[in-house]
Design a protein around this ligand. Structure first.
Ligand code: ZN
Length: 241
């Protein structure tokens, strides 16, 4: 990872899709390093567990306090209500009665194409805010089975948004080819041990919304696929930091 020696161009701006998880927090730190003005957007679609959304505030405050530059660059936070997405999830929930984690590690409540919807709303918001650069934590390495996280999908989506909005927007996905250990390393390179500690303490990844138990890698149930992935990444990172 190379950290730019020169400060970002003063008129550069990015909008980060920020859920409050490990990946999007690392993306926010990346954006604060590369852009002069950074805003965040979160989506409220009636998640069963609103912990991720609640943790966003603590993470933003922590990042802003990490350096004067980051504090000056971090701008507004937006929360967009996407209740229709929740309605689609609920349909699956009603039918299945309980959340089942599929072989690809995603819950059956997950809405197909969710990232396409998020990117469309983020692009529309960015358009209104005069922010041409979007940043998202999509990653092909950890969720290889999930098609809306793939690089090919993101590139096609970028082209569709550029055409449909007649604007030169870009979608940056700094985690696309990183595994979870490399994502911890990226956080360490961007913000040092303080950023790693902030992500451990405040970011939320667990599918089941558990925050009662503290592991070396943070809070969670320790058993769901998201916790298992995060724990394995942390173990690998700790072994070769
Ligand atoms: Zn969990």
């Amino acid at each position: 990872m190379t950290i730019p020696a020169a400060p970002p161009s003063p008129d550069s701006a990015a909008l980060v899709l920020f859920s409050g998880g490990q990946d999007s927090t690392t993306c926010l730190a990346w954006a604060l390093t590369h852009f002069a003005r950074v805003e965040t957007v979160g989506f409220d679609y009636g998640q069963r567990h609103r912990i991720e959304l609640d943790q966003r505030r603590a993470l933003r405050a922590g990042l802003a306090g990490m350096s004067p530059e980051w504090g000056a660059r971090l701008g507004e936070d937006h929360t967009l209500p996407l209740q229709a997405l929740g309605a689609i999830s609920d349909t699956a929930l009603t039918r299945e009665a309980e959340i089942i984690l599929r072989d690809d590690g995603l819950p059956n409540t997950f809405v197909p194409g969710r990232n396409l919807i998020f990117l469309t709303f983020a692009a529309a918001l960015g358009y209104r805010r005069a922010i041409p650069d979007l940043v998202g934590g999509m990653c092909e390495t950890d969720y290889s089975g999930y098609p809306d996280c793939r690089d090919e999908t993101i590139r096609a989506m970028t082209q569709a948004l550029q055409l449909g909005m007649a604007t030169p927007l870009e979608v940056h996905t700094p985690l696309m080819w990183l595994d979870k250990a490399a994502t911890w390393r990226l956080a360490r390179d961007l913000g040092g041990p303080a950023l790693v500690t902030l992500i451990v303490e405040e970011s939320h990844t667990c599918y089941l919304g558990e925050r009662g138990k503290r592991f070396d890698w943070g809070y969670g149930c320790g058993e769901c696929p998201a916790c298992t992935l995060r724990a394995a990444g942390w173990e690998k990172f700790s072994a070769s930091p």
